[in-house]
Every structure is written in structure tokens, then in C-alpha cells.
Design a protein around this ligand. Sequence first.
Ligand SMILES: Nc1nc2c(ncn2[C@@H]2O[C@H](COP(=O)(O)OP(=O)(O)O)[C@@H](O)[C@H]2O)c(=O)[nH]1
Ligand SMILES: Nc1ncnc2c1ncn2[C@@H]1O[C@H](COP(=O)(O)OP(=O)(O)O)[C@@H](O)[C@H]1O
Length: 204
Amino acid sequence: METAHKLIIITGATGTGKTTVSRYLTENYHIKRVMTHTTRPMRVGEENGVDYYFETPESFATKHYIEAVTYAGYQYGSSHESLNKAWAKAPFVSIVLDTAGAITYARNIPSDIVVLYLTIDDPNVLRQRLLGRGDEPKMVEARLQSPEYTRDLSLPDELKPFATVINNDSWPAAQVQIDAFMKHLALKAAGLDSNVANETMPEH
Ligand SMILES: Nc1nc2c(ncn2[C@@H]2O[C@H](COP(=O)(O)OP(=O)(O)O)[C@@H](O)[C@H]2O)c(=O)[nH]1
Ligand SMILES: Nc1ncnc2c1ncn2[C@@H]1O[C@H](COP(=O)(O)OP(=O)(O)O)[C@@H](O)[C@H]1O
């Protein structure tokens, strides 16, 4: 059954552009991101309460999570409180998750979610993107060697029924795909289109 509210889950491997897409949805569609919690150290330019709730292992353990994962050695978790707070303000909200977290939502609230899965043709480009973002080289190498990184390079079968694949080799081309996705989503919410998920946007 369709619900009046939707959680747009943005997932994909590190550096594929999840945060960039989330910002684009906020700036162009007023879709706010549900804040999540992490024990990872803050990067230059990040802010507590803006990018994440940055936690110590002790403070992380005190929160109530819908799901929590370990990614490249650090803990990440999304809370009931943050999701409900976001939905109380707007019917469409987004969240940035690894694919394991996305699967948990797909199992628990399948009718409330749609998934944007980000990909790029040549994963070797990702190292340069992460370094260009200002990540510490040591953190980049640890991240690229993590099993979570390799896992998230492919779209898991369980997410396929919910997912629209966005190729982000080129940001202008990705924007076109996201705009098409948002148009379908709006039509679907209005009961005028029944085919948002399961669709790969046309190449541009
Ligand atoms: N399952 C889950 N994944 C999360 C959560 N918050 C962030 N992530 C994911 O954790 C991974 C690492 O995030 P981050 O350290 O910010 O690195 P980035 O993806 O390279 O920007 C990414 O795949 C995020 O989407 C969460 O609450 N739950
Ligand atoms: N299509 C693109 N071409 C080049 N650089 C990009 C593109 N999309 C995003 N970036 C840049 O790559 C870096 C990683 O993107 P980001 O959105 O932080 O990825 P993620 O959140 O998936 O780790 C950022 O510096 C971002 O500005």
C-alpha cells in the first residue's frame, strides 16, 4: 500500500556522491536529510548536528537505533527519534545509509521507502574524489580496503525492487536523472504514475 510519506534512502559506495545528492535534494526540492549518528572522527568542514551527530563510543551506545552498523571500523546508526522528527515536519525526507542499513529499512518499512543507488563506471575514480574532498589519505586507504566498501559497489538483490540507479560519472548527467526520479515520485504521490521503483533512468 502507498503511504503519504516517503523516506528517500540514498546509498552506494563511498565517494559515489551520496552527500552531494542529499544536498541537491535539500537545495532544489526542500527535502531534508534525517540526521544519523557516528563515532567516526569529524572531517575538516564537518559540523556536529549538521553532517552527523558525532558520538563517542559511550554516547553512541546510549541512543535507540532502528539499525546500526560498523563501517570501515566506525559505528553508524539511525534513530527512531530523528526519523519521526523529520517526518513530523515534511512528508518526504531523505537519509544517507550504507547498503546494509538500506536493507534493514526495506525489510521493516517497505511501503515507506524509495532507494537511490549511486554508481560510477570506474571505481578507481573514487580515490581521487575522496582525496579531493579533503579526506586524510590514511582514512581513504583504510576505507577503500574495507569489506563494506567492496560490498557497496554492487546493488544488493534485496534493494532492487526499491531502487533507481543513478550513474554519477558526471554530475550534470546525474542531476538530470535525479530530476526525472523526483518528477516520477511527485506523480506517484499524486496517484498519477505507478512506476517509480524498478526503473533505471535513461542515459543522457
Ligand atoms: N546503516 C547506516 N549507514 C550509515 C548511517 N549513517 C551513515 N551511514 C553510511 O556509512 C557509510 C560511511 O559514511 P561516511 O563516513 O560519512 O563516509 P562517506 O560515505 O564516504 O561520506 C556511508 O555508506 C554512509 O551512507 C546510518 O545511520 N546507518
Ligand atoms: N559527478 C561528480 N564528478 C566529480 N566529483 C564529484 C561528483 N559527484 C560528487 N563529487 C565530489 O566527490 C566527492 C565525494 O562525494 P560525496 O557526495 O561526498 O560522496 P559520498 O557521500 O557518497 O561519500 C565530493 O568532494 C564531491 O563534491
